[in-house]
Ligand binder design. Structure first.
Ligand code: UTP
Length: 600
């Protein structure tokens, strides 16, 4: 101990105090080499990192972190059920099918609200499952136009800003992390913010993560090859609420006249087809938080949204309950069959959470002011032994953005609900490498790969066109890099041409006169484009700048089009993760432009 005291002389007073405190909290192993084996520089380096971690953890610094971790690790070891005492029931919300009167009316009610939305993209995840070498938001959403996710999201926001913003600029906040921040900022700069004003974008960065923990005593871990560095891991997307509070984003947006806030993920190319529908539901049901959900089969491995009532206090909260907790919770509270499908619908009455969230900004901001936006944490260690004393690899505390309802109180806690729409219209994220995706697909689960994400985007647009009455063929299934997809027709409707199903009526006023063959590609950009009558068998690009109008009428297109060529051994990561590239053989173009800026 005396040796350790001597080795502290190179540190500042607060650093010395922190090291002493950590020793008293069972972390002396971090400094075991200090007395003789370390240089002053490496001691200072470790102390500086510890200080940063101490300052970054809002719930009591590292002492708070260690105590929270010990408590949660002990609960995990004992198998404590965090939902003990809560009784689940079906939450408030609405379920829709595309093309119905209810869908159209609710979407129409929500559309004017689009001009009052602030957008929050959570893009701090490592993307380990996908294994892409760069940031996920830089990946193409589809290969016909090669628009990357970040561009697609910005194009959408700019389109609704022009149509519904009444002169207001709609803000975008991006949550990055140490792993994604630099590259995200660079992607934006390089592309001139994809047409957005730089001032519209706020970037908030998650901290370097939280310390990894090696055992039930919450012992922190040093890097194997660098004993002056603590191993850290991401704290989870739940950080977004605290960041929107500490950076004053929610407050600023509220004072700028923004009324809604939507949180969305990094790689869902179907993210916004249903935003006005959600707005319509939130307005009608006066919801503070509305989760976009998909019909979910009973016991399907996707969290179910449930309304929970506490059996003794009578408190309510509507939360995402992990699928493996929902069934036992139902059984334990008198529903002896557990999570079963409703006979009428064939689905569980508990809708599946997909983590696209919409908040009423005033109440959201009030909740942040009261709680600083801190989400409850959980821990999920994988144990090596039956006694649950040894971890397979270090774990850490995490938090999730969908746990926001836990910070709502009283009557506000009841203003939480869902909007359910089938996944083929609203959800197909790109999260998995092809090999894992193929396994999931074999189990009848969405593969979540680059190829399936792209195919599902085209599929969603086809579904909208068919619901209008257009004649759109469906291509036969094809397999690329082990993933089966329906490859086409590939249809890209840019958000300024139509940003939700209700707007497609304007773009296709006489849908019965629109015919698209299975191997076609159609790309449409421009707010004043109208497609009246078209017979497409090949590729057609219709591209108009703002205030330039194009009417496609009596148009027959027959050309060799663009075809997918299988290639799963390409050196190009983007091609390899899809298993194909696009061979652009032939296309017809109809353009009205002020300059030579191209759609592709
Ligand atoms: P994912 O579940 O897709 O996880 O996150 P991930 O961390 O990106 O990918 P894996 O697990 O390493 O393969 C859902 C959303 O939350 C964001 C992701 O960027 C994605 O948009 N996220 C996740 C954060 O912003 N921060 C985090 O700490 C974790």
């Amino acid at each position: 101990m005396e040796d350790l005291q001597r080795s502290l002389t190179v540190l500042s007073d607060p650093q010395k105090a922190l090291v002493r405190k950590l020793c008293s909290l069972g972390q002396s192993h971090l400094f075991a080499k200090w007395p003789c084996n370390t240089s002053p520089t490496s001691r200072r380096k470790l102390a500086t990192q510890l200080q940063e971690l101490d300052e970054a953890y809002a719930d009591g610094g590292l002492e708070g972190y260690i105590n929270n971790a010990k408590r949660l690790l002990s609960d995990s070891r004992e198998g404590v059920n965090p939902l003990e005492g809560w009784e689940p029931s079906v939450p408030e919300g609405e379920r829709f099918d595309l093309g119905t009167k209810e869908f159209e009316e609710t979407e129409s009610a929500g559309r004017p609200e689009l001009g009052k939305v602030g957008f929050v993209l959570v893009a701090g995840g490592l993307g380990e499952r996908l294994g892409y070498s760069s940031i996920k938001v830089g990946l193409p959403t589809e290969m016909a136009t090669e628009t990357c996710y970040l561009q697609y999201y910005i194009e959408y926001i700019l389109a609704v800003q022009v149509k519904y913003g009444e002169g207001k600029r709609l803000p975008l906040c991006i949550m990055t992390s140490g792993d994604t921040n630099e590259k995200t900022a660079k992607l934006l700069r390089k592309n001139n913010y994809f047409g957005m004003q730089k001032s519209q974008i706020t970037i908030v960065q998650q901290g370097q993560g939280v310390p990894a923990l090696m055992d039930n005593n919450a012992k922190m871990v040093l890097e194997e090859n660098d004993s002056s560095k603590i191993v850290t891991k991401p704290h989870g997307h739940g950080d977004v609420h605290a960041l929107l509070y500490t950076h004053g984003v929610a407050k600023r947006w509220l004072s700028d006249g923004i009324e809604w806030l939507t949180l969305f993920q990094d790689t869902n190319g179907l993210a916004f087809h249903t935003l006005p529908l959600m707005l319509g539901v939130s307005k009608k049901l006066d919801l503070i938080m509305n989760s976009l959900a998909v019909p979910r089969k009973a016991k399907q491995a996707i969290g179910g949204i449930a309304k929970l009532k506490h059996q003794t206090t009578g408190e309510y909260k509507t939360l995402n309950v992990e699928y493996n907790q929902l069934d036992p919770l139902l059984r334990a509270t008198g529903n002896l069959d557990g999570d079963v499908n409703d006979e009428k619908t064939g689905y569980s009455p508990f809708p599946g959470n997909i983590n696209q969230l919409l908040f009423k900004l005033d109440a959201y901001s009030d909740a942040l002011n009261r709680t600083k936006g801190l989400m409850p944490e959980f821990v999920n260690p994988k144990y090596k032994d039956d006694a649950k004393t040894v971890f397979k690899k270090p774990t850490r505390l995490e938090c999730m953005m969908q746990d926001f309802p836990t910070i709502l109180e009283g009557e506000d806690a009841k203003r939480v609900g869902f909007t359910s729409v089938s996944a083929d219209l609203c959800f197909s994220p790109v999260k998995n490498a092809t090999s894992d995706g193929a396994e999931l697909q074999a189990q009848n689960t969405q593969p979540g790969t680059a190829a399936s994400g792209e195919a599902d985007q085209f599929g969603a647009v086809r579904k909208i066109l068919v619901s209008l009455g257009c004649h759109v063929e469906t291509a036969s299934e094809e397999t690329y890099a082990g993933i089966q997809v329906v490859p086409g027709p590939a249809i890209v409707i840019k958000p300024n041409a139509a940003c939700c199903p209700g707007e497609y009526h304007r773009l296709f006023p006489t849908p019965d006169k629109v015919k698209i063959s299975a191997n076609s590609t159609l790309i449409v950009r421009g707010s004043e484009v109208t497609i009246e009558s078209l017979d497409l068998d090949g590729t057609l690009v219709v591209d108009a700048d703002e205030n330039k109008s194009i009417v496609v009428k009596d148009k027959i297109v027959k050309n060799e089009g663009w075809v997918k060529v299988a290639d799963d051994s390409s050196d190009d990561e983007i091609i390899k993760m899809r298993g194909y590239y696009i061979l652009r053989k032939e296309a017809d173009w109809i353009e009205e432009k002020n300059n030579s800026c191209a759609i592709l």
